[in-house]
Structure formats: C-alpha cells, structure tokens
Design a protein around this ligand. Structure first.
Ligand code: NAP
Length: 236
C-alpha cells in the first residue's frame, strides 16, 4: 500500500500511521462508493477491497472497544470480534488486552442472544441501551450499559465505556450510529475508504438521522492508495 501524502512511501507502516493520541479517542471507519453509497444491496462488502480490509484489521488491532449499531449487526450478520495471532501478540506487547471488546448499541434490545457475535465472542460483549429497555436474555450473554431513558444517550454511554478503561473507541457504523455520534459531537476521526465504483442512485449515504446544527470540519492527516482505492484519514 502506497502512502501518497503527507510524504510519499511505497510501503506504508499502517500501525504507525493509524496510531491514535494518548487521550480518549473515538474514530469512525467507513467505506463509500465514489458516488456516495454506503452499501450495495444492504452490504458494505462489495465496496471493500484487500487494502480496505488490511486497514480494517489494523484499526481493530489498535482499539480498546469496537462500537457498532444493532442495525449493522443484523444487516451484515456480524461476526464475533476476532483477531489473528499476530495482531493479538502485537496488542499484548503494547500493554493492551488480547482482544478489544465489542460494544453493540441497541435501543430496543432486539438482538438474538444466540447470534454469533455473542456465541463466538472471545470476550464478553457489551450492549449499550436505554434504561426503559428490557435486555431480557441479552443480559446472560453481554454486560448491559444503560444510558438515557427514552433514547440511548451516546455521550453518557461513551463516558461509561471510558470509565471501564475503554478509551480508544473504534466505530464501524452504521450510518444511523454515525449520524447520532456526529450530532452528539463525539467524532474525533473519520477513516474513509473511497472505492472506485459508481453504485448508482438508491443506496443510503454513510450517515443518516436528524440534520446537524451546522457542519463540523476535520483535517486531512494522510492519503493511502492501493489498486484504485483511496484510504483517507481525517481528524479534529
Ligand atoms: N459503508 C460502510 O462502511 C458501512 C458500515 C456499517 C454499516 N453499513 C451499512 O449500513 C446498513 C445498516 O444501517 P443502520 O443505519 O440501520 O445501522 P446502525 O447505525 O448500525 O444501527 C442503527 C441501530 O442502532 C441502534 N441505536 C440505538 N440508539 C441509537 C442512537 N442513539 N443512534 C443511533 N443508533 C442507535 C438502534 O438499534 P435497535 O433498532 O436495536 O434499537 C438502531 O436501529 C447496512 O446496510 C450496512 O451494510 C455500511
């Protein structure tokens, strides 16, 4: 994978390029078509490529918690959060736990406790919900974090995750969670892969929800290129 900017290098050091600051950090990772689609037929896989998957794995290696919306878990039939041996060894060498913790946001708690994200999880996941929800049997397979009463209060939820030591948070979406995190002013960074595809009209963007009060600006940190995919890192 080639680093194009801020300097040029034919073989980028991904772990170094994507290291986060020491402070608590929340980063989003998304892939989009050139014409702005966040999925093809409900899945993000057709937009991805080997380079995107490599960065995806590196970002998971670097986080304490992987935050994902229940819609993405259901639509994409998410896998349990696993990492290969090399990445687990890297984490342990760098003073981190062997695996990050998967955190699923669900207001309704409409998730099957037998789903593989729970059944095959190497560490007990967390379900973030609101106090008016009834987690029922989910409480047997996950820790339940309640934030907000009628709706999930994401700022309060993130504060609770940080209090548990989960300071470096990676979110893989989906669009509704991204919209809510942006509205709550919680997004420190966006890693965006632009896939060289025209998906055509119809598909949703990578963000959705109520309009913001105003746009939020981010600064470009680096640009990587691999087989026509552009991998962009922007942060506050
Ligand atoms: N291009 C990409 O990189 C990318 C990445 C991820 C996903 N996707 C695509 O996105 C689609 C799924 O989108 P989505 O928007 O339904 O998924 P989502 O953002 O993953 O999940 C939305 C769900 O999150 C829960 N939620 C609870 N409180 C929330 C809050 N305050 N803000 C936001 N969400 C909250 C709700 O779950 P309950 O309904 O259980 O209450 C809500 O239905 C799939 O087609 C997937 O392929 C694309």
């Amino acid at each position: 994978m080639q680093l194009l900017w801020p300097s040029a290098s034919p073989d980028a050091d991904l772990a170094g390029l994507y290291r986060t600051p020491q402070e608590p950090w929340l980063r989003l990772n998304f892939v989009s078509s050139l014409d702005g689609a966040g999925h093809v037929d409900g899945k993000s896989e057709p937009l991805s490529g080997p380079a995107d998957k490599r960065v995806f794995g590196v970002l998971r290696m670097l986080c304490d918690a992987l935050l994902v919306g229940a819609g993405t878990v259901r639509e994409e039939n998410y896998h349990a959060l696993r990492l290969d041996e090399k990445r687990r060894a890297w984490r342990v060498e760098h003073g981190m736990s062997e695996y990050p913790t998967l955190v699923i946001v669900s207001a309704r708690c409409d998730l099957d406790p037998r789903h593989r994200v729970f059944a095959e999880a190497p560490v007990r996941p967390i379900v973030v919900t609101r106090s008016h929800a009834s987690p029922g049997p989910l409480a047997e397979v996950a820790d339940i974090v309640s934030a907000g009463s009628d709706e999930v209060d994401l700022a309060a939820a993130v504060a609770q995750l940080r209090a548990r030591g989960l300071r470096q948070i990676l979110s893989e979406g989906g669009p509704r969670l991204f919209g809510s995190l942006t509205a709550a002013g919680l997004v420190d960074e966006l890693c965006l892969t632009l896939s060289p595809l025209l998906a055509g009209p119809g598909a949703d963007r990578i963000t959705t929800g109520a309009p913001l009060d105003g746009p939020q600006s981010l600064t470009l940190r680096h640009v990587l290129l691999d087989e026509g995919l552009l991998l962009l890192r922007y942060s506050r």
